[in-house]
Ligand binder design. Structure first.
Ligand SMILES: [Zn+2]
Length: 334
């Protein structure tokens, strides 16, 4: 654990009160009432061994179905749920993804920081679950299929997927707990930056090579996210011929160029492709070409001088804790 890391409560694991069969049944029925099909899963024992026949040799302790037909047996019927937990009073709760719920399944701290960086948030919106070793971010079903390794340490559970739900027991001995609650209200929609990671990579183009295709999917998603922010940046407000607020377009562009320049210091990136996409976004936001070129160049150069590695947790934590980027972004040109 990094020394500065425990200051961020997102990492905290609470032991929580003991969980009874009644708690498991109530939770399972609650999920079913929200339209999510439920399954009884195996349970890890005190030694971490799975309740299945494989025991200690199980590769997925406490995470796979107890029922014979697996995902096909999932149910939203309270009677079925009660019968399962009468038979297996400690069964973990499995939820079928892809119909009501999709889950961004993060296994590592660096995976979490990739996702938070991508979404540009300190905490994700919506329900957040601490698993024994990672996090689950809940989203409304996106109609995207499940996909493993959308980024290092990050999987997507969509159509055809299964997740373990609170208050199930993890083989590490901790319970799956909501760090941000699920209130049965609408789940957040899968953000476009994440969606870009989940979608299968486009088939290779044989026509003239498009430089942007050289960027890996993560970088492309980061670029799309930044370009989108530039497009949506507030325009200046003019009233009675006077500018009463400056707007945020140049600032957004500067910040986008800075952040992508930071990545470019470690990741092979095509500067021309980045400039093209950001220029297009900034033009559509109403900035002038001259202004755009100045801001892009200075933001990109400043980013290169403040490199950012994609996968080091320390960098991400340090930046968050010290709030460095806001203070070190060079100001937009006047
Ligand atoms: Zn097992």
């Amino acid at each position: 654990m990094n020394a500065s890391w425990p200051t961020n409560p997102i990492d905290r694991i609470e032991p929580g009160p003991p969980v009874t069969t009644a708690d498991l049944v109530a939770a399972a029925i609650g999920y079913a009432a929200a339209g999510i099909a439920v399954l009884p899963l195996h349970t890890p024992g005190a030694d971490g061994a799975c309740s299945c026949r494989a025991g200690k040799a199980c590769g997925s302790p406490g995470k796979h179905p107890r029922v014979r037909r697996g995902l096909h047996d999932a149910s939203r019927q309270p009677e079925a749920i009660r019968a399962w937990w009468a038979r297996w009073p400690h069964a973990n709760i499995g939820l079928i993804t892809g119909t009501v719920l999709d889950v961004c399944d993060i296994d590592t701290s660096s995976g979490l920081h990739i996702v938070l960086d991508l979404l540009d948030v300190i905490r994700p919106p919506g329900p957040l679950i601490r698993t024994g070793s990672g996090w689950h971010l809940w989203y409304a079903a996106s109609d995207l299929a499940s996909r493993v390794t959308i980024a290092p340490g990050v999987d997507w559970r969509g159509r055809g997927g299964l997740v373990v739900a609170p208050p199930s027991l993890h083989h590490s001995g901790t319970r799956y707990t909501f760090q941000q609650p699920w209130q049965h209200a609408d789940l957040p929609v899968c953000p476009p930056q994440l969606r870009a990671l989940i979608l299968p990579a486009p088939p290779p183009v044989s026509a003239p090579a498009v430089p942007i295709a050289d960027l890996d999917r993560y970088v492309q998603a980061a670029l799309d996210g930044e370009a989108d922010r530039v497009r949506r940046a507030p325009r200046p407000v003019i009233s009675g011929g006077r500018r009463i607020s400056g707007g945020g377009r140049n600032d957004a562009l500067n910040r986008a160029a800075f952040r992508l320049g930071q990545l470019a210091a470690y990741t092979p990136m095509d500067e021309a492709a980045v400039r093209r996409e950001l220029t297009e976004a900034a033009l559509s936001a109403g900035l002038s070409r001259a202004e755009i070129q100045r801001t892009l160049s200075s933001g990109w150069r400043a980013g290169l001088r403040h490199p950012r590695r994609l996968d080091t947790r320390q960098n991400a934590v340090a930046r968050r804790v010290r709030k460095v980027p806001v203070q070190t972004w060079p100001g937009p040109h006047s």
